[in-house]
Ligand binder design. Sequence first.
Ligand SMILES: NC(=S)c1ccno1
Length: 247
Amino acid sequence: MRVDVVSIFPEYFAPLDLSLIGKARANGTLRLAVHDLRTWTRDVHRTVDDTPYGGGPGMVMRPEPWGEALDALAPDELSPDGHTLPRLLVPSPAGVPFTQAMAHELAAESHLLFACGRYEGIDQRVLDHAATRMRVTEVSLGDYVLFGGEVAVLVILEAVTRLLPGVLGNAGSLDEESHAHGLLEAPMYTKPATWRGLEVPEVLRSGDHGRIARWRRDEALTRTADRRPDMIAALPPDSLDKRDVAT
Ligand SMILES: NC(=S)c1ccno1
């Protein structure tokens, strides 16, 4: 997967050299490039913002640098290695919710292009013009406001990259984790069997894999019903069997 990120703070993405994302970059699974938006400014002060039309507080990111950046990173003509146009993702409090389902959707893309807004945001015409030639998604991590899109891109990239083949040492983890099947994951335990007077549930030490699977399913259902009843309500009707109903 190819990923391009455009920001006025490229140094925010230094963590992407670390850990499993760093390994994915080193082995070519993830081809990531971070670009400074000011590369595409033309004035001596490398200006990227201006006052908002209609008045109001703060500044808005000017369209010209963004337009040239997107032209350069998402050229209309097919690139020599057959690249089609990327999917443009713009983190924003006004975006659609980012979910595990969207992470899977993005993991199937060949080229992602992230635009990190700052100040009061990016001139809307940048997104409108980009949408005339590529898929554009404003995406939100949650109902809160950050200084800019950079931290959101780090989160999205981590959620997406871990789904790419070969990145997680144990791909089986993906099957049992929260949101894998519309539920929150069951609690996890490791040695010692007793810690500060607290015991690991006996069933997990029983060696009875059928009982263990049933216990984990029950715990996942209970935890989800307690913490995220919206997820229970969203479960497909056929995803609960009669043994679950007994829970
Ligand atoms: N909630 C999100 S993703 C955001 C981006 C910028 N500010 O908030």
